[in-house]
Design a protein around this ligand. Structure first.
Ligand code: SF4
Length: 147
């Protein structure tokens, strides 16, 4: 188990959205908000990631992609729904091709609402996710110890 709460890595996927929250996620990684000061690094590889940040809603076209990224991540892992579209489907929820929020595809650990979600909210949600990740890591370790 390679996870360390001092250096959790995240992967970001933008579903069906206006790209507003997508830009805010990038903003949270830039020097002004600087999510890296918490040791958090953005990766493009699900197998390296501990935290899955999803913006935008889930639709019939992208649901398999969301599931695929999640399935490729190793345990322990956490999911953060960023923005109201990712939380519930938001302004797109009545669109013919939209299924809803990210939790229609995979389990969500932290909901970060907003339209667009603020970088401060994203960072707050990611830090909550790190706490949940720690709990999951402890549980996993205990289960392995029992096995
Ligand atoms: S929550 Fe608002 S800003 Fe974010 S993707 Fe949806 S419509 Fe765009």
């Amino acid at each position: 188990m390679g996870y360390s709460s001092k250096s959790p890595w995240l992967i970001h996927y933008d579903g069906s959205s206006c790209n507003g929250c997508d830009i805010e996620v990038l903003d949270s990684m830039m020097p002004l908000y600087d999510i890296e000061r918490f040791g958090i690094i953005n990766t493009g590889n699900p197998k390296h990631a501990d935290i899955f940040l999803v913006t935008g809603s889930v639709n019939h076209q992208n649901i398999s992609v969301v599931k695929e990224i999640y399935d490729q991540m190793l345990e322990p892992k956490v999911v953060v729904a960023c923005g109201i579209c990712a939380c519930t489907g938001g302004v797109f929820r009545d669109c013919y091709n939209v299924i809803g929020g990210v939790d229609k595809a995979i389990p969500v650990d932290v909901y970060a609402p907003g339209c667009a979600v603020r970088p401060e909210t994203i960072i707050d949600a990611v830090l909550k996710a790190v706490d949940i990740l720690d709990e999951k890591a402890k549980k996993l370790k205990a289960e392995k110890g029992r096995g």
